[in-house]
Design a protein around this ligand. Structure first.
Ligand code: BGC
Length: 486
């Protein structure tokens, strides 16, 4: 066959997440911060969220076997990336199950010890019907010969750890402050140990946290602060980034400890992190302030979190220098691969707004080749970020998300082909060890604050019947996946 071949064993898959795809037919997952956030009357009135209900989603919780068949038989994919919902397993507090914790002199967690007894206690508390269903879902993937990449955190936090509405209105008196608190890190570590222990026999690869930067930026830094808890404070952005890096390390360590069965092409029990990497370019390359600001955003958004995970460097004042008190080598526990989410390039303009360095920028609206979401289509960027990430951190890489909001379905083929073509160059010309590609996303789903207004799916979904309707890209993606060529 003429074309550009991909390496033997390359994974071709799609990615979905629990909150976005599970609801629709089955039981609601209504004990999380995200559920509270999208239902909050104030948020709906302010137009921060769409007012759409995640209960009208595609219903993967019930329809998973059919979805896997689409994936296998129509798309010829050999892999799926999906997430497990913390709030479905532990909707009620587990913090009374004691675990020994070590804090450094700044009060930051760096060690959490989890014993058999703790896991047995968690096993008494877990919602058994959710365990059963997740085991059925994962077993079905195995049965259909689909490699399963499991994300441990794709955003919703149980409400007993995060009350986003109280945090938004009165952070000072809020008791459940999500990723601002050590407690969330500790409970997340317990939860992930439990997942490894209970589901490890069915999982092939793990991702700890999906897009730490988006959690912190959209929750604590974005001008429109649209993610829970909707705050604007550049300092909180860095605190949450720090805590997520610590949480990655601790969960990495526990998953390795408690899963003794999973195996991937990269070896036994493979655990990675999923950053979103974007290209940030100065809006006006001739304006030094734009150039400096774009450099700072690139550093704070792309590099900072990875330096924390790989080197234990936490540059809290963003001066590009790691002072002794910003070094925490004891938080570095490992990361077997990088899962890179890549979508777009953004132009950064300097805009004076405040004293904090991170305050003074504006993400400029896309000009030129833009998606329905107003994100620039910039395929070269996928090659740029992969080269950057590999040269700096030297880990195998999967593209864990890449896709386009395209309501009419006119642009998705072009987007997919252009990005996959760049991946081929990245593997063969740049020698980056890229192991697989997961398209975002299998079917239209609950697009966070925008609900059902935005369509990333390879399949559309009829809201009443839940029927999956193929877009034009299904054929194109099938050809790529089944031939392993572009
Ligand atoms: C997230 C997905 C989301 C997609 C499109 C990514 O940042 O991981 O959950 O749906 O982007 O917005």
């Amino acid at each position: 066959m003429v074309g550009k071949k991909f390496p033997e064993g390359f994974l071709w898959g799609t990615a979905i997440s629990s909150f976005q795809a599970e609801m629709g037919r089955g039981e609601p997952s209504d004990k999380t911060d995200w559920w509270a956030w999208v239902h909050d009357a104030g948020n709906i009135e302010e137009g921060i969220v769409s007012g759409h209900n995640p209960l009208n989603g595609p219903g993967f919780w019930e329809l998973y076997a059919d979805d896997f068949r689409l994936l296998r038989e129509e798309l010829n994919n050999n892999a799926i990336r999906l997430s497990i919902d913390w709030g479905r397993l532990f909707p009620e507090p587990t913090d009374d199950i004691h675990v020994p914790v070590k804090l450094d002199k700044y009060g930051h967690v760096y060690d959490v010890e989890i014993s058999d007894d703790v896991l047995h206690e968690l096993d008494k508390r877990v919602v058994q019907s959710s365990v059963k269903r997740y085991r059925e879902i994962f077993a079905e993937a195995k049965k259909q010969d689909i490699v399963l990449m499991l994300t441990l955190f794709h955003w919703p936090i149980p409400l007993w750890l995060h009350d986003p509405i109280k945090c938004k209105t009165d952070l000072e008196h809020a008791e459940r402050r999500g990723w601002l608190d050590n407690k969330t890190i500790i409970e997340f570590t317990k939860f992930t140990a439990y997942v490894a222990y209970r589901f490890g026999d069915l999982v092939d690869l793990y991702c700890t946290i999906n897009e730490p930067r988006i959690i912190s930026e959209h929750g604590y830094l974005s001008a429109w602060s649209e993610f829970p808890p909707g705050l604007y404070d550049p300092e909180l952005y860095l605190i949450v980034m720090r805590n997520l890096a610590i949480a990655h390390g601790l969960s990495y360590e526990q998953v390795k400890k408690w899963d003794q069965t999973s195996f991937s092409d990269l070896g036994p029990c493979t655990v990675g992190l999923v950053p979103v990497l974007q290209v940030f370019a100065p809006y006006n390359p001739k304006d030094q302030r734009d150039v400096d600001m774009a450099r700072l955003i690139d550093y704070a958004f792309n590099e900072w979190g990875l330096n924390a995970v790989f080197h234990g460097d936490y540059d809290m004042n963003l001066d590009y220098i790691i002072d002794p008190e910003e070094q925490k080598p004891y938080t570095v526990k490992g990361c077997d691969y990088l899962g890179v989410n890549y979508y777009s390039r953004w132009k950064i303009k300097f805009e004076e707004k405040g004293e904090k360095p991170l305050a003074n920028f504006k993400l400029m609206p896309c000009e030129g080749d833009c998606t329905d979401y107003g994100w620039e289509i910039y395929p070269e960027g996928i090659r740029e970020v992969l080269n950057w990430a590999y040269k700096r951190y030297r880990r195998p890489i999967y593209i864990t998300e890449n896709g386009i909001a395209d309501d009419k379905g006119d642009t998705r083929n072009r987007y997919l082909l252009a990005h996959v073509d760049k991946l081929h160059q990245t593997i063969y010309e740049d020698k980056v060890p890229l192991k697989g590609y997961f398209h975002w996303t299998l079917m239209d789903n609950f697009e966070w604050i925008d609900g059902y207004k935005i369509h990333f799916g390879l399949y559309r979904v009829d809201q009443d019947t839940k029927k999956r309707i193929p877009t034009k890209t299904v054929d194109v993606y099938r050809k790529i996946a089944s031939s392993n060529h572009i």
